[in-house]
Design a protein around this ligand. Structure first.
Ligand code: GMT
Length: 375
């Protein structure tokens, strides 16, 4: 098939899922065209099966806001016609599903029909999309999609609760390529980060309010009182500065390392002993899955789809949002001795296998075929 993928190219779950999906589809023989405003961060191999088409929005002084969705829908029309695209897959409803629908309508005028698959990722529904400013347009474009998928059952339920959805939503979970994870274990430089007796605890996110960054610092503060340990904070966002201040106030700044954004998540996870994800909302928690695939147990909140990813008492533990006492106690119960830690590491890896790329990508292929045949 020839598939056009529309996504956000930046660090962040939906863009990562879209990019990894496109790469996997190309390896299975499909031709994949990424259409977005910048080359996606994880897309480093353009080849005869993977194309990148940049959406340009020239600055014009009249516009207070540059009309990105207009430029995107025009680009979609051009690329779909030029490359005879079979199916368009838009990740993140805002504004991609809206732009995709406009492209479909324009193409229809020229006698070209192409189905649109929309994948809902989380904040497009729970945080941004349900805001009255966007809700009518988001509802409309979801209902106008030929197929709608969501990355968890929890997100499906949220979508049906928050919007008047006429379409059946199919759950296709996020995935991980376990085979590429294994390869990176040869490049593990633990000694650069901590002494041998210290445990390494990691958090990775875009450090926005929804990630409850203060709870990461508070949980770690409680853990390190009982166990020599270091906290590695990966990512950038508005909550980073306040978190650095909080670490200073709690007297633990020398044990907390802020690394900023990284393209080398594998190298960091391979020496991590525990992953913290205390978010107040999480449609899936891709970062938790990536940690588990590296054999890193997860201490998370029980928000949203996390319960579908992190198996309580097996791949880690879950606590109520904000319950940092419980998170610290659970963390210590895993980290207290090497036998327990190794058992949880093994179980985390096994749990990640439920989301192996080989199991999930065919679900998208099935969806594409059904969408194409239905038109
Ligand atoms: O919150 C993030 O980390 C970024 C956000 C996004 O929109 O890219 O992630 C959402 O999509 C990811 C991929 O499907 C999910 O794993 C995240 O749980 C989800 N974030 C939220 O629901 C807050």
């Amino acid at each position: 098939m020839k598939i056009a993928i529309v996504c956000y190219p930046t660090f962040g779950g939906s863009g990562v899922v879209a990019t990894e999906l496109g790469i996997a589809l190309s390896k299975r023989g499909h031709e994949v065209h990424f259409i977005t405003y910048k080359q996606p961060v994880r897309l480093d191999l353009l080849n005869e099966k993977i194309f990148f088409h940049e959406v340009n929005v020239p600055e014009y002084p009249l516009f207070h806001f540059q009309p990105y969705e207009l430029a995107l829908s025009s680009k979609l029309v051009t690329i779909i016609k030029a490359y005879h695209i079979d199916v368009m897959h838009v990740h993140y409803a805002i504004p991609h599903a809206y732009a995709g629908y406009m492209a479909k309508k324009m193409l229809k005028q020229e006698g070209i029909t192409v189905p649109m698959v929309t994948t809902l990722h989380g904040t497009d529904i729970t945080l941004v999309g349900s805001h009255p400013f966007y809700k009518p347009a988001v509802t409309f474009s979801i209902n106008k999609s030929d197929v709608v998928t969501s990355v968890s059952q929890s997100l499906k339920e949220d979508t049906n609760r928050l919007f008047d959805i006429k379409r059946k939503i199919r759950v296709i979970p996020n995935f991980i390529d376990i085979n590429t994870v294994k390869d990176t274990f040869t490049d593990c430089q633990r000694a650069l980060m901590a002494t041998e007796e210290e445990r390494i605890i990691t958090h990775i996110s875009n450090m926005r309010e929804v990630k409850c960054i203060p709870d990461v610092i508070k949980t770690f503060s409680k853990i390190q009182k009982h166990l020599p340990s270091k906290l590695i904070m990966v990512g950038e966002g508005p909550e980073r500065g306040p978190a650095e201040l909080l670490a200073q106030e709690l007297g633990i700044a020398n044990k907390v390392v802020f690394l900023g954004n990284s393209n080398e998540i594998d190298k960091i996870l391979c020496f991590s002993d525990l992953f913290l994800l205390p978010s107040k909302a999480e449609s899936f928690g891709l970062a938790a899955l990536e940690a588990m695939a590296h054999g890193v147990p997860v201490i998370s909140s029980n928000a949203g789809g996390l319960a579908e990813v992190n198996q309580d008492g097996y791949s880690g533990f879950m606590s109520g949002v904000g319950d940092t006492d419980s998170m610290a106690t659970n963390a210590l119960s895993i980290l207290k001795d090497s036998n327990t830690l190794n058992l949880f590491k093994k179980q985390a890896r096994l749990q990640a296998q439920q989301f192996a790329i080989e199991r999930v990508v065919p679900m998208y292929e099935d969806v594409y075929l059904k969408a194409i045949n239905r038109l």
